[in-house]
Design a protein around this ligand. Structure first.
Ligand SMILES: [Zn+2]
Ligand SMILES: [Zn+2]
Length: 321
């Protein structure tokens, strides 16, 4: 059971555009996601709350759908002002605990890993410098309460079930209300964009690592048993036909996998060459997300035994088996 839900659309400096926050009325206020730590987002939040006759200091609970700065950047600040408790899945706790540290660890990883994809060194450096500028987009949240799969959250009359849906991030969650058949989906399900399997820092391509897209499709399956009438996503419009959207996402990925496999049947490719084959002439700003997508689909193909990946001379090569 949830109280009245209001969507607040807040600007972000990221290519994805504005982010959706959801304010749930109850005896006290609960906020799902916060927007990034920018003056524009804080303004947007304050104005949105004012329009509903509410203020930041009335927020008692902040639930974070996943640890990306556009979703939790203001959490530390709101919590400091209102005393609100912040809730996050344990899988994303490290990401939000100390944002600048987590960001720099991720950049170190990108600097060491990306050359293996065949991406030019000068591009990598330029890109990493531009990401460093995002350092202020989130304030750290040192003491968040941890959520786990299946947990029933009862917050001042609002009852939500936590569904752990790893994929877009390791600790990505959806929040479900059975009484309303309502799902808060974060970035797990969006109406027009397929969520990107953002690459997490890992020491070695072949070592133990979080394979975002492999987890993502397992997480999609996990939602099937739940009756869902409305999906409230982290970006864009509400989704009312869950089954159609799930089918579209699966078909989209199957097509991409088939095209990738076709390319790899013709010849062995570096990850960058596979990216060029799949997404030719992409604007510079989308290169990294496209690479992550290719790696995600390579992971799926590798799991099916359709391809193998080898490291030679500091480069990763993919080839059909
Ligand atoms: Zn995200
Ligand atoms: Zn997002």
């Amino acid at each position: 059971m949830v109280g009245r839900v209001h969507r607040l659309e807040i600007p972000t400096p990221f290519p994805v555009g504005p982010v959706n926050l959801y304010l749930i009325e109850g005896r006290e206020l609960t906020l799902i996601d916060t927007g990034p730590n920018t003056p524009e987002a804080l303004d947007g939040l304050s104005q949105g709350l004012r329009g509903l006759g509410a203020t930041v200091d009335q927020i008692r609970h902040i639930i974070i759908t996943h640890g990306h700065a556009d979703h939790y950047g203001l959490a530390g600040r709101i919590a400091a002002e209102s005393g609100a408790l912040v809730w996050v899945h344990q899988g994303d706790r490290d990401m939000i605990q100390d944002y600048p540290l987590a960001l720099h660890a991720w950049l170190d990883f990108l600097r060491s890993f990306l050359p293996e994809t065949g991406l030019e060194q000068s591009w990598i450096e330029r890109f990493c410098r531009s990401i460093e500028k995002r350092e202020g987009c989130a304030t750290p949240v040192p003491a968040a309460r941890l959520l786990h799969d299946g947990q029933r959250l009862e917050l001042n009359g609002t009852v939500l079930t936590v569904i752990h849906t790893p994929g877009h991030s390791p600790g990505s969650i959806c929040l479900y209300s059975g009484a309303e058949q309502l799902l808060f989906a974060g970035d797990h399900l969006l109406k027009t964009i397929t969520p990107n399997p953002i690459l997490q820092a890992f020491p070695d391509f072949f070592g133990i690592r979080f394979q975002g897209l492999v987890h993502y499709f397992d997480s999609l399956k996990k939602l099937e048993p739940f009756p869902i009438a409305r999906i409230l996503p982290g970006h864009g419009e509400e989704i009312t036909d869950r089954d159609t959207r799930l089918r579209e996402i699966r078909e989209h990925s199957e097509k991409r996998k088939a095209r990738l496999l076709d390319l790899l049947k013709q010849r062995e490719l570096t990850i960058m060459q596979a990216k060029e084959g799949l997404f030719p002439n992409l604007p510079d700003g989308q290169t990294l997300l496209a690479l992550f997508d290719v790696i995600g689909h390579l992971d799926l193909l590798q799991r099916e035994g359709a391809i193998r990946i080898e490291r030679r001379g500091g480069l990763l090569f993919a080839k059909a088996t």
